[in-house]
Design a binder for this molecule. Structure first.
Ligand code: PAF
Length: 287
């Protein structure tokens, strides 16, 4: 396995692989079993597997966790080695943004995809994501790129960018990996420090599952009504711990277009974002 940090170093490696398929797994590091699943998928479908590890400042808001975002590079390298990764691309901010972050050309995804959900709560986030992913595609030139379905709105934004800009990259989506209790794996889960926070974090997937259970018998009831009912039922089980949870959004949208739906049908995606203490978590489930 090679660890490189510049586009020039990658250029030298890339020349050695004429005709080979390359799968890129873009990450911000702090790798967990969810990332491992993406890397295994990449290993299955391509000749060469490249994992990028880059905590992208452009996708963090001013009051977000950029500085405290975990960066356990040694552990990440060990996992990549174990999973048979060929190249880890671990650039510096200066490599990715040589002219700084203020005066940089960006990719602006259409507002129809970004004005709600995480986009509404994290202004500029998806501009940062789309911009860095395009940069990574241009540097690595992958045949395919593997993304997790947990970041559903991100995946939709990237698919749209690939479509609209005719990027020659196949986007491969991989299902969310969950802990036994249902919690979707995330690098931010390691911020959940107390037993109470860890318990309350299970609320996100519990609400999604309750919505899905109810969807079958919802008939013509509005999605908003069913969502509110499921939310209330699960919150009522939290007892004294409810104060640890602050739900940012719970919404039902069309899985492809991300347009809100009136009723819960097949093809509907339910998405949730919530703070558990000061840790922001997201999750989603298809009906
Ligand atoms: O999902 C992530 O980890 C990041 O948003 C990504 C796609 C690596 C871009 O920085």
């Amino acid at each position: 396995m090679q660890l490189i940090s510049t586009a020039r170093e990658y250029e030298g490696l890339h020349r050695q692989w004429p005709g080979k398929s390359i799968a890129l797994v873009p990450t911000m590091g702090a790798l967990h079993e969810g990332h491992a699943a993406l890397i295994r998928r990449a290993r299955k479908i391509a000749d060469v597997v490249v994992v990028s590890i880059f905590v992208n400042p452009l996708q963090f808001g001013p009051n977000e966790d950029l500085n405290r975002y975990p960066r356990p590079i040694e552990q990440d390298m060990a996992l990549c080695q174990e999973l048979g990764v060929d190249v880890v691309f671990h650039p510096t901010v200066e490599t990715m943004y040589p002219d700084g972050l203020q005066d940089v050309t960006t990719v602006v995804p259409p507002s129809a995809l970004t004005e709600r959900l995480c986009g509404a709560h994290r202004p500029g986030h998806f501009i940062g994501v789309a911009t860095v992913v395009l940069k990574l595609f241009n540097i690595i030139r992958p045949t395919m790129a593997v993304f997790g379905e947990k970041d559903a709105q991100q995946l939709a934004v990237i698919r749209k960018m690939v479509h609209d800009l005719h990027l020659p990259v196949e986007i491969v989506a991989h299902p969310t990996v969950r802990e036994e209790g249902g919690l979707a794996l995330s690098s931010r889960n390691r911020y959940l420090q107390t037993e109470a926070e860890q318990q309350v974090a299970l609320t996100l997937s519990a609400i999604l599952n309750r919505v899905r259970e109810k969807a079958g018998s919802a008939g013509s009831r509005s999605a908003a009504e069913v969502l509110a009912e499921a939310r209330q039922e699960i919150l009522s089980t939290l007892n004294g711990r409810g104060a640890l949870l602050s739900i940012q959004y719970l919404e039902a949208v069309d899985r492809e277009t991300f347009v809100p739906v009136e009723t819960l049908e097949q093809g509907t995606k339910i998405l949730i974002a919530a703070y558990v203490g000061n840790v922001r978590l997201i999750d989603n489930l298809d009906i």
